[in-house]
Design a protein around this ligand. Sequence first.
Ligand code: LLP
Length: 422
Amino acid sequence: VPGFHYTDGALHAEGVALSAIAAAVGTPTYVYTTEGLTAAWRAYADAFAGQDVTICYALKANSNLAVIRTLAQLGAGGDVVSVGEMRRALAAGIPADKIVFSGVGKTRDELVAALKAGIHQINVESLPELEVLSAVAVELGVDAPIAIRINPDVDAETHGKIATGRKEDKFGIDFAHAGEAYARAMALPGINPVGIAVHIGSQLLKTTPFRKAFGKLAELVRDLKAHGVPLSRIDLGGGLGVPYKPEDQAPDYPAYAKAIAETVGGLGCHVTLEPGRSLVAAAGLLLTRTIFVKEGLHRRFLIVDAAMNDLVRPAMYEAWHTVIPVAQPAADAVLADADIVGPVCETGDTFARLRPMPPVAPGDLLAFLTAGAYGAAMSSTYNSRPLVAEVLVSGAKFEVVRRRPSFEDSLTLEQMPDWLSP
Ligand code: LLP
């Protein structure tokens, strides 16, 4: 993985030993590398070198300001799904005209904020949303540039909780209702229907479902254009996966680019992509320290100081994250199965079951790999555990880019009602 490597028997993030980060910042801590982010960006830039494509990074995967800014400086726009993400995108330096607003349930206030900020495009997902947006745009005296997100009824062949383009999923407007929706969009004041959008799901390792969805969309675009809809933009969403398990095959970027060129390339529309995971996952790991090793009758448990509140993917999607020791194991180290678990009081707080692991002792540092996407972004304070800290590395330098809140910080949002005062 670009950015992480063993040097002199110790795992490093670029030029920084992870043990040094643990000593300075404590654990659990997410560590991101600039090198990894840059390499992920390059993979897209290289694959799309011949095509005019705008890449709007889906902030939901990792909304740390320093991570966003690193990608923004490489040329990324932003795909946001809340006013909070929109403000983060702007704060990190993404210009408004490179921001796309997605999401099935934008509130009126969020639509107002988006129009006031003058963002590039709002991806509308329902007729009621279209009506509210029209009213808001008229009120503000602006035209809202919109794309309508279409549900293409294509199975992304990924985990059920992150497939979004099947007909029973909540996202987008049914393929069969597209004509009606655009007719309404053309008729409504304050609405400028410039685009069409699709996003079929996340963690796709194969490009065939993309090809299927983009092909269907291309047909629809031709049809809509023939009926006078002035479409000039296509937003193909995100979804390209990353290898998590050693046996996972990395997606074929050139094949993905080719599928896009061959399906929507000839439509005369500008293409936007919204990748999240693939830009940040491999660039991050979660650094944790082993608290105890419990030798049970039936299992060996490695109990670590990270928990499901810090990295929820295994509990939520049965996701696999490779776990490696920070001190490089000897080449002839004997592997033995272990369950790797956190301190939270739920059996679901299990990162790995019967995972072959080299010897691990209490106090040893471990790293959960491929944790840069949907890791810190989905963290919580369950069990009154402080939000996990985040560090960004660049060369031989590292910086805490989100500090771990203190216990006092965690109390500041709460107050005691009068009747409970002593
Ligand atoms: N665009 C839209 C409209 C989306 O809903 C998403 C992700 C993306 C772009 C970015 O997709 P990506 O390139 O990251 O696959 N928490 C889950 C993943 C949820 C994805 C939600 N939508 C996980 O940890 O696997």
